[in-house]
Design a binder for this molecule. Sequence first.
Ligand SMILES: C[S@@+](CC[C@H](N)C(=O)[O-])C[C@H]1O[C@@H](n2cnc3c(N)ncnc32)[C@H](O)[C@@H]1O
Length: 621
Amino acid sequence: MLTKKQTQVLDFIKLYMAKHSYAPSLDEIKKKFKLASVSTAHYYISKLQDAGFLNKEHNQPRAVSTVEAKQTVEIPILGAIAAGQPIEAIEIPDETITITRDEIGKQGKHYALRVQGSSMIDEGIFDGDIVVIRKQEVAENGQTVVAVIDDNQATLKKLYRENGKFRLQPANPTLFPIYRDEVEVRGVVVKIIRNLESQLDQGQSRDEKYVRKIDYSWDYRGEKTKSHTHGIHTYPAMFIPQVGRRLLETYSKEGDTICDIFCGSGSALVESRLIGRNAYGIDLNPLAIFLAKAKTTPINPQKLTKEYIALLDRVEKVKANEIERPDFKNIDFWFKDKIIVKLAKLKKAIREIKDEAIQNFLMVAFSETVRYSSNTKTGEFKLVRVKGDKLEKHDPDVIGIFRKHAEKSIAGMTDFYKYAKKDSWTKIIYGDSSKDNEIKTNSIDCIITSPPYGDSRTTVAYGQFSRLSAQWIDVFDDPNDASGVDNDLLGGRATKNLTHSLPSDYLKESLEKIAKQDEVRAKDVLSFNLGLNECLKQAHRILKPKKYFCLVVGNRLVKQVRIPTDFIIAELAEKIGFTCEDIIVRNIPGKRMPIKNSPTNIVGALEETMNKESIVVLRKN
Ligand SMILES: C[S@@+](CC[C@H](N)C(=O)[O-])C[C@H]1O[C@@H](n2cnc3c(N)ncnc32)[C@H](O)[C@@H]1O
């Protein structure tokens, strides 16, 4: 399928190639179509590649080439359909879209409708999208259908049969289902075409200093995020691999050296390795460093499997009197005694593996096992103990949990080993990104990163999340030091007062509003921004001139004040020597962040914290 704009871009590339014998650059495509950014040009290229109109093997825009045309079909757009309250179908005369046959299958008749409303957003169907429908009069439970009810009122919903009635279920938690005795099905959705043109709209009023562009093509809703080694360990606020990859492909090229200055568990570093970029990663959380190293070190899967099988055999034979019980504060509060013994046996067996990379890799699965067999609630990033009955019944199968994680991880490593570029390297530094970490001045081709959303105390406590694992897997000389990590991260220590000279009007305004309600919280926010400003300076130092620095950030709420971190970064960075080229807003469908919290401390007053984030694209002057 190609939208009108995609067809125009393809035609332009064909003409350009006929004239020059090479493809246009992203910048040339951007200029030609007056696109908002090079990333939008990249979006069109990827769409044309995905649809099979451009060759896929090269990432660089000048390297694209057209392929023989696939068999295509013209599908009529019959009208508009409500993904909201049912509406009467509206006819749109003479509009069609072109789709390759591969995309919709060989069977059936198809038509398309333009979507109005937001009731299907959790299914990835947005206002302005085009849905391709295969004509049919019956549908299976759970399929997304065009349903006609109440005398020709049409709506797009998921269909369920229940107790002799039909339930038309919106995919939006704020809306109620519609129940009817009779529903006429006019077809099922087989394809969603994101209407990028209409959704690259401005996300704000015009009188701001910077402009946010909403671009849903960055959502990657429903896409697989656990491929390769991405899924071997949970970590808070991980990059969606697709976002990391798209930024890398847009703003760097093969053979470049990139850096993630808040690398966390290393998602951007894994992607770098897969697409042939050398990479530095920096983080101040020792568990993150451990994970990032394990995720980016290719291991021969045969050797790994052999060691794993031998390990399972060995662990059975470890005797209780041979184990070393870890010695850290409150261990008995977080683990039952018999679980400590089982974990210690497993750890001893892993430590006997001679190959350091394999030992560390299996230690990552052990780290997940520690989390899942502890007395903590899973699904929380802060340490919260399960209570009462639940705690009493809590009897985790330690070896079962380990096997599940280890086997999933080995499968991930098998793919990573196969696809990781052999001549690229990854270097991971345990360090504070607000300081000089001995990366040479003007040496980095691109920085891609996602900083914390705020101080650990009131947002994601990376240290707290990591503590029990870190204490078990010996990433600290003294395991009790694990409790101190959060204090050292950005904003970990509130400032003494609120005087500062940071050149950001947006920050000043936010601080004033917060301080009126709570001075301590304002000091946390200031401390975070002072640290972030130092990180921006270091990033400026290591980046080559004219190269890009992309930050994926959240605009968090503190005391009901929305802090525009994206604008604050743009202001601070422009004083340091960057130009802010773009601020793109994306939805967060999969980022593991609390979507709701209680910012007011009023019981039950849940408020959305972070379901959107901004990608700030800076360029060094
Ligand atoms: C949003 S997370 C990054 C997640 C990462 N993109 C991933 O996919 O796993 C932010 C990271 O910043 C790290 N961090 C916070 N303050 C830091 C500092 N001053 N220097 C280096 N890293 C820091 C935290 O430990 C955390 O791992």
